[in-house]
Design a protein around this ligand. Structure first.
Ligand code: NI
Length: 153
């Protein structure tokens, strides 16, 4: 188990655009394993690579609702429909929460850790998490999109 340091709001790296993953090599596998360890350690449900200082387009997600953990590499969000507003937080903005509007449903298109493409329909919290983590890959934080006050714990 290897924990990586989570960058906090204010770090410029969080504001940069991440580059597509090209190689599904051992280094990528180690990064993915470390990202899961780091996410579970922080009691998060999602973590994007830029949050650990790696500007590559991937995130990990585990809603801890009995559904399997997800690794999404070079993710693209398609078929957005409707909207939902829900409270979000972020391991890079500890102790802060706020309401964000997201699509009610979407389809995630991405590659798994072995480079196999997959398609994952999502609603509810799963759709929220996919949008939140994909935003990280474009240097966007949830607080940029908060409707109303950013609340403290
Ligand atoms: Ni986040």
């Amino acid at each position: 188990m290897a924990l990586r340091q989570i960058l906090k709001d204010g770090d410029e790296t969080l504001r940069k655009n991440s580059r597509p993953v090209g190689e599904f090599d051992a280094k990528l596998q180690a990064l993915i394993d470390d990202m899961f360890d780091t996410m579970y350690d922080g009691q998060g449900i999602g973590l994007a690579a830029p949050q650990v200082g790696i500007l590559k387009r991937l995130f990990v997600m585990d809603l801890q609702d009995g559904t399997p953990p997800v690794v999404a590499i070079n993710p693209v969000i398609n078929a957005c429909e409707g909207s939902q507003i829900g409270q979000e937080g972020c391991l890079s903005i500890p102790g802060k929460y706020g309401d964000v509007e997201r699509p009610a449903s979407l389809v995630l298109e991405a590659y798994d850790r072995f480079g196999q493409p997959f398609s994952l329909p999502a609603t509810g919290l799963r759709a929220v998490c996919i949008c939140h983590e994909t935003d990280h890959l474009d240097g966007i934080l949830f607080r940029d999109k908060v409707k109303g006050p950013l609340l403290s714990e």
